[in-house]
Design a protein around this ligand. Structure first.
Ligand code: SF4
Length: 721
């Protein structure tokens, strides 16, 4: 029997296959981390269809983060100025159930909130939904995916009648034109980019367009880089549409047979002639025309995007405007074509399937939909009307709920909002007001642990068995290959035990996570994400598979599920009531907080190749820390000259909400008028260098995703280093 366990990388939504083996079996001179713990061996899984053996620095070094600074025991304190003291799990469960009952009967179930994470496995997500939305009657479950890709969810639902990226990674190697907007794929989704770049280099006729205010490594590889001003994405997209229409590159047959609302859209794009669009976006008319020509003349166009599009106060409109280009040119439902959102986290897709946002229910259902609620209520054995028809509090709503006393209990799991939320000073003040915060995580300390009353040690990746789904809808079993340290428990087990202690004994009578998954997939029957043909056992035997994978396809195909599942909408029928995809007609509104004389620069935030989110894991890996030792701010030489800033000089960056300090990196890689700061550094890793001290919480009205990507700032030189 092989000493290697096949699993999935727990970092980004690319979802690369990994093989892991114990330290002792692989290397007599065992490698140890800086705290002396033996390091497990990790390598890429050549058989995993998504990554084909490739792995980036994060995946390759994941094992080094497994043992350092782990939270081993439940700990509690009565107030935030006290030290934590160790307690037993029994005491912890007792405390949680008493607190939940008190809040439930004094403030009502809607005062109970849980803020979860795309780091959850699907089983964790599902049990949390059943506990909160089903048994407790509170739809206040939201996840950090709200900050990452909820605009993509809203865009897909509004355009296609259902969520779900319609493409697959194979499309990266079949396209004629890759249109990347708001995504630094080379650094943030490296293995997706490797596949695309290899193919692009081999096929010189294939075009790659990158839209980004920064000249990122992704933009470096492009045939055409459109360095637009932040907030002008819709101008650009409508401008490309205008030219496609003018040059008659549109697919009238597809528009007539498969779509609705085209005339409203055509009226909008009429107002986006190239002269206006080029001026607005800060690019040349020639480059705009080249982009439209590349798109219009290609047989197969694939667009890719991530947080640069989603994290916007008009995020849903941007997503739909990308989709519009595909609809007007018939670029969907065929190999090498389609609108493909890349998810940030390893199982953000599983969260969508399990209903892990405040407006969702399991099986791609909506809280607001009467029939959807009734279906879930029946399945869970609840009384009709037990699930509230109102979407719950989103991530930012929970912060404002703490401010106004609407939140009586906040349960945070596997995420670090004291770094990742917008408007951090306000966020931290709100967290200080929480009557009772449970923080469930694998690591201690973290920035958020400082705001908790009760700490619960969670088993993490490799210490519990569960399922994760990557950006191409590929589901992979991630088996436990080691014991959780000391008293750490799987997230789903913690939620289930709380459920049982609240009296829902039969509802949470699961012997293992395989049983949880088996129950969950029944709720996907006949839904767009039908996974009734998938089980832990099937995944173990047949390997990763894409959904939809209904029961009748069980056992079919090499990987058990390659029947019509690579791409959605190949029959050109959509999930809307009339089966047609809907055009969205949007004028650009621009940034929620545009620059002005007081705050004359636009700050955009982003990610670096090695680090992951708030460094909870990657901050413990020496190799990654030495790659990215400190935060910085990128400034164009023209702005630096005006501000009299020299390279590496420390600058103070101020917005209307806060300030932070960074050494300046003067570079032409950023457009004039815009500055860039990576978002990874919280209070634990650097002093006063938190990007989100500056950002604001203005959100997209449809997706309620905050505009973390842009705010107005001023930059002031401080000292010479
Ligand atoms: Fe992990 Fe993403 Fe890197 Fe793949 S690309 S190894 S999933 S971090």
């Amino acid at each position: 029997m092989s000493e290697f366990t096949k699993t999935l990388c727990p970092y980004c939504g690319v979802g690369c296959g990994l093989e892991v083996s114990p330290p002792a079996q692989f290397n007599k001179a065992i490698n140890r981390d800086s705290q002396g713990n033996p390091i497990w061996r990790v390598r890429g899984d050549k058989a995993h269809p998504s990554s084909q053996g490739m792995v980036c620095v994060k995946g390759a070094t994941i094992a080094e983060s497994l043992d350092k600074n782990r939270l081993h025991y439940p700990m509690m304190r009565d107030s935030l100025d006290q030290e934590f003291r160790r307690i037993s799990w029994d005491e912890a469960f007792d405390l949680i159930t008493k607190r939940i009952q008190t809040v439930r009967f004094t403030q009502g179930p809607e005062a109970i909130c849980m803020y979860g994470s795309g780091q959850f496995q699907t089983e964790d997500y599902y049990i949390a939904q059943k506990l909160l939305k089903g048994c407790l009657g509170s739809n206040n479950f939201d996840a950090n995916s709200r900050l990452c890709m909820s605009s993509a969810v809203a865009g897909y639902i509004q355009s296609f009648g259902s969520d779900g990226p319609p493409c697959c990674y194979e499309d990266l190697e079949l396209t004629d034109c890759a249109f990347l907007i708001g995504t630094n794929t080379a650094e943030c989704h490296p293995i997706v980019f490797n596949r695309l770049e290899k193919y692009h280099k081999k096929n010189r006729k294939v075009k790659m367009i990158v839209v980004d205010p920064r000249r990122t490594p992704t933009a470096e590889a492009a045939d055409l880089h459109l360095a637009i001003r932040p907030g002008t994405d819709i101008d650009l997209l409508n401008g490309i549409a205008h030219l496609l229409m003018r040059w008659n590159y549109i697919d009238t047959g597809f528009i007539d047979d498969c779509t609705s609302n085209f005339s409203a859209y055509a009226e909008v794009i009429r107002h986006y002639p190239p002269e206006v669009v080029a001026r607005q976006c800060g690019i040349s008319i020639e480059d705009l025309e080249t982009a439209a020509r590349y798109w219009g003349q290609s047989q197969r166009v694939l667009s890719l995007w991530s947080m640069g599009v989603n994290q916007s106060s008009e995020g849903t409109a941007k997503v739909r405007t990308i989709i519009n280009l595909h609809l007007m040119t018939g670029q969907i439902g065929k190999p090498g074509a389609g609108p493909f959102s890349l998810t940030g986290q390893p199982n953000a897709m599983g969260g969508r399937e399990a209903g892990g946002l405040a407006h969702l229910l399991p099986g791609y259902r909506l809280v607001k939909n009467d029939q959807h609620r009734a279906e879930v209520e029946d399945f869970w054995g609840l009384k009709r009307g037990q699930i509230s028809p109102n979407p719950g509090l989103t991530a930012w709503d929970m912060i404002t709920g703490l401010e106004n006393g609407a939140v009586g209990l906040l349960w945070i799991a596997a995420t670090n909002p004291a770094v990742s939320m917008p408007d951090l000073e306000r966020t931290k003040k709100a967290l200080l007001r929480s009557p009772f915060t449970i923080y469930q995580d694998a690591y201690y300390p973290t920035e958020t642990a400082a705001y908790a009353h009760l700490l619960l040690p969670a088993a993490q990746w490799g210490e519990k068995t569960g399922v994760m789904t990557n950006s191409e809808r590929r589901v992979t079993l991630c088996p436990a290959f080691r014991q959780p340290p000391r008293e750490a428990k799987a997230d789903w087990e913690i939620f289930a035990e709380v459920g049982r202690r609240l009296g829902f004994v039969k509802e949470f009578a699961f012997a293992n996570s395989g049983e949880v998954y088996a129950e969950f997939v029944q709720l996907t029957r006949n839904r767009p994400c039908d996974m009734t043909g998938i089980s832990h056992e099937q995944l173990k035997i047949q390997g990763p598979t894409q959904w939809p994978h209904p029961q009748e396809s069980r056992g079919a195909g090499e990987a058990g599920g390659e029947i019509k599942t690579k791409r959605l909408y190949t029959d050109l029928r959509f999930h809307t009531s009339d089966g047609r995809a809907r055009f969205g007609a949007y004028y650009s509104r621009g940034l929620a907080e545009p620059p002005d004389p007081d705050y004359p620069l636009v700050l955009t935030t982003g990610r670096l190749y090695g680090h992951w989110h708030t460094q909870t894991r990657t901050g413990r890996v020496e190799k990654i820390r030495s790659m990215h030792p400190q935060p910085f701010i990128e400034i164009h030489p023209r702005d630096a000259a005006v501000l009299k800033i020299t390279d590496n000089q420390v600058v103070e960056v101020r917005s209307r909400r806060g300030k932070a300090f960074f050494p300046a990196k003067i570079t032409k890689a950023i457009v004039p008028g815009t500055v860039f700061v990576p978002m990874h550094w919280g209070a634990l890793w650097a002093n006063n260098a938190e990007a989100n001290a500056l950002t604001h919480s203005e959100s997209c009205p449809d997706s309620l995703q905050p505009e973390l990507k842009a705010c107005a700032v001023q930059v002031l030189p401080i000292s010479q280093q």
